[in-house]
Ligand binder design. Structure first.
Ligand code: KG4
Ligand code: ZN
Length: 346
């Protein structure tokens, strides 16, 4: 391990999917966290990879410039550049990767590659007033539009995936259900919004039967589709009339599926610290269920600040900082030969 470095400025870049993001961290504190969302995908009801790459190319320079300006940092003060090397959409990743490589080469500073899935978990180590950091070991639960994983975390870089989805990610389950209800993409936050007005037990959906700690969401999506079609035959205004109750019932089912597996993971590992991340961790249902588990089961739960739950570069920056300080130079830094990897395991 390196001697503790007292003042590290990391510029972080994230471009794995449809958000172009840059952040500057001073040690484990976030100085700036800029995200440019790509609205273009809304009209297609999902992320279109080719459009995402083009939008990243347009956004990357202004986003990095804004991150440096907001942090009030000159590029020559930077200690290293951290970037997402995977997993994600290859064309999108390549934009961030190429930019990070050229910038690090131009400034002659280290280049640090970051695994997006590790970053969702290590976002909990960002120093934020009012937020405490988990201690090892803990269970990292990453729930997003691309992934659904339960990860045993024994140290910053000692992680093991102990459960994951065998088909759709939980965010996809939210988004596809929303699409069935005619809601715009991404529909997860809208399901959450309407769910808060409805009755969660109005329509009982069955939960999938999947072994171990793995998840499955594709069956639920099909079940919801047939259910809505059937109801619409009887009442063409069904969605308008019962939107809140349908959303509440969908959310209730998804939250139960997640909580069942987390409970099982706690039972199997004996670990009662749960740290959630990924876009779906913004969901009010899962947040309430996790908070309730503290008094109900004696767990300690960690819920990140909202801007660190969805895709962002601050989480890439904290991994950059931890690698810079915790790992040897050989393990922390990448040479310019590194390339983006769409499939990258934790
Ligand atoms: O982490 P993220 O920004 O991107 C990925 O890495 O996938 O997650 C985006 C996902 C989308 O599926 C979106 O619908 C979902 O997170 N999401 C939500 C909520 N906020 C975002 N799902 C349910 N309830 C929410 N409040
Ligand atoms: Zn993500």
């Amino acid at each position: 391990m390196n001697n503790t470095i007292t003042s590290t400025y990391i510029l972080a870049i994230e471009s794995s999917c449809d958000d172009t993001a840059a952040a500057v961290l001073h040690n484990d504190k976030v100085l700036s966290n800029v995200v440019a969302n790509q609205d273009i995908h809304q009209e297609y009801g999902g992320v279109v990879p080719e459009l995402a790459s083009r939008a990243h190319q347009q956004n990357i320079v202004p986003v990095v410039t804004a991150a440096l300006r907001k942090a009030n940092i000159d590029k020559n003060q930077l200690s290293a550049i951290a970037f997402t090397s995977g997993p994600g959409l290859l064309g999108s990743l390549l934009v961030g990767t190429s930019f990070a490589k050229s910038f690090a080469m131009g400034l002659d500073i280290p280049l640090i590659d970051v695994n997006h899935m590790q970053a969702h978990i290590l976002a909990h180590f960002i120093d934020e007033e009012g937020y405490s950091k988990p201690t090892f070991p803990f269970l990292g639960v990453t729930i997003s539009g691309g992934h659904t994983q339960i990860v045993r975390v024994d140290d910053y870089f000692t992680m093991e995936v102990i459960g994951q989805t065998i088909d759709d990610a939980v965010g996809e389950a939210f988004d596809k259900s929303a699409k069935i209800l005619g809601l715009p993409y991404p529909g997860g936050p809208l399901i959450d919004k309407y769910a808060q007005l409805g009755d969660p037990k109005a329509f009982p959906f069955t939960k999938p039967k999947v072994g171990g700690l793995d998840f499955s969401f594709s069956g639920l999506k099909t079940q919801i589709m047939y259910f809505v079609q059937k109801q619409q035959l009887a009442d063409p205004s069904f969605i308008d009339n019962r939107r809140d109750d349908v959303c509440a019932s969908i959310q209730y089912t998804i939250v139960n599926i997640l909580m069942d597996k987390i409970k099982k993971a706690v039972k199997e590992t004996g670990i009662t610290q749960i740290a959630i991340g990924g876009g779906v961790s913004a969901n009010s249902g899962i947040r309430t269920a996790l908070k309730a588990s503290e008094s109900k089961y004696g767990w300690t739960t960690y819920l990140p600040k909202f801007q660190y739950t969805t895709d962002n570069a601050a989480m890439i920056g904290i991994v950059g900082y931890l690698k810079y300080n915790e790992l040897s130079e050989k393990n922390a830094y990448q040479d310019l030969g590194i390339s983006a990897q769409s499939r990258l395991k934790i």
